[in-house]
Design a protein around this ligand. Structure first.
Ligand code: ADP
Ligand code: MG
Length: 253
């Protein structure tokens, strides 16, 4: 069985990339075959697993626009069992170029269909928008994980995201489910975080993961070393919680 999970929220800075990299690393460490798909032109997942974007020959852009087979873009990472389809800034043009393409919403789904059987999990790191790249991701995915930052206005903008999910379910991918809602960057020293947790749980109920990601300085340092938290500092709180999240995701298989 293999599962394609999109990590989506059109807000920037809520922990999509951190979750993609570290959930992916956690699942791979637990023995799963994992493919990360970076579909954000910023390419933070790509650099986050230690790939120098200047050295990338083929990226997700060439799959979506030039129709190259995905295996020509897939790269290994330092973690065994963790592969990636990288993104470079070239992808920034894709939003516009895809507009005039036939079945433009289905291009990622078609491409991932060619490699899906090689992986237990495919994790797509979405850009901070609800444009055609996120639509491609939700169309290709079996389910979506929504990271929500524990801060004021945490739920703001979520109705737009959920509306997009419903539109995709109705028109492109009736099987799309909400895999889970992940609370991120909790500052345990404030009451605000507790209030947000309650608010989000009231709204999403059992969809909220038991694992809550706290603010952890090591998590924010790891990307600049091109490493997941699991290789950067295995004993940190950040590594512990993302490892826990990986186990929780596995328990819902
Ligand atoms: P997104 O992909 O949604 O834009 P990121 O995962 O890139 O969000 O996170 C935004 C910033 O916050 C990054 O600099 C990242 O390193 C940092 N960050 C993410 N999660 C945490 C955390 N739990 N603790 C501390 N810093 C975090
Ligand atoms: Mg990101």
């Amino acid at each position: 069985m293999s599962k394609i999970i999109a990590i989506a929220n059109q807000k920037g800075g809520v922990g999509k990339t951190t979750t993609s990299v570290n959930l992916g690393a956690g699942l791979a460490t637990l023995g799963k075959r994992v493919l990360l798909v970076d579909i954000d032109p910023q390419g933070n997942t790509t650099s986050g697993v230690g790939i120098n974007k200047a050295d990338v020959a083929n990226c997700i852009y060439n799959i979506l626009i030039d129709d190259i087979p995905p295996h020509e873009a897939i790269q290994e990472t330092k973690i065994e069992g963790l592969h990636i389809i990288p993104a470079t800034i070239q992808l920034a043009g894709a939003e516009i170029e895809l507009v005039s393409t036939i079945s433009r919403e289905l291009r990622l789904k078609k491409a991932l269909g060619l490699v899906k059987q090689n992986y237990d999990y495919i994790i797509i790191d979405c850009p901070p928008s609800l444009g055609i790249l996120t639509i491609n991701s939700l169309t290709a995915a079996d389910s979506v994980i929504i990271p929500i930052q524990c801060e004021y206005y945490a739920l703001e903008g979520l109705s737009q995201l959920l509306n997009t999910v419903r539109l995709v379910q109705k028109n492109l991918n009736p099987y799309l489910q909400i895999e889970g809602v992940l609370l991120t960057m909790l500052d345990a020293r404030t009451n605000l975080g507790i209030q947000v947790i309650e608010e989000v749980k009231k709204y999403f109920q059992e969809k909220v993961y038991r694992t809550i990601i706290p603010r952890n300085i090591r998590l924010s340092e790891a990307p600049s070393h091109g490493q997941s938290i699991i290789t950067y500092d295995r004993r940190s709180k950040g590594a512990e919680v993302y490892y826990e999240l990986a186990k929780e995701v596995l328990s819902y298989e």
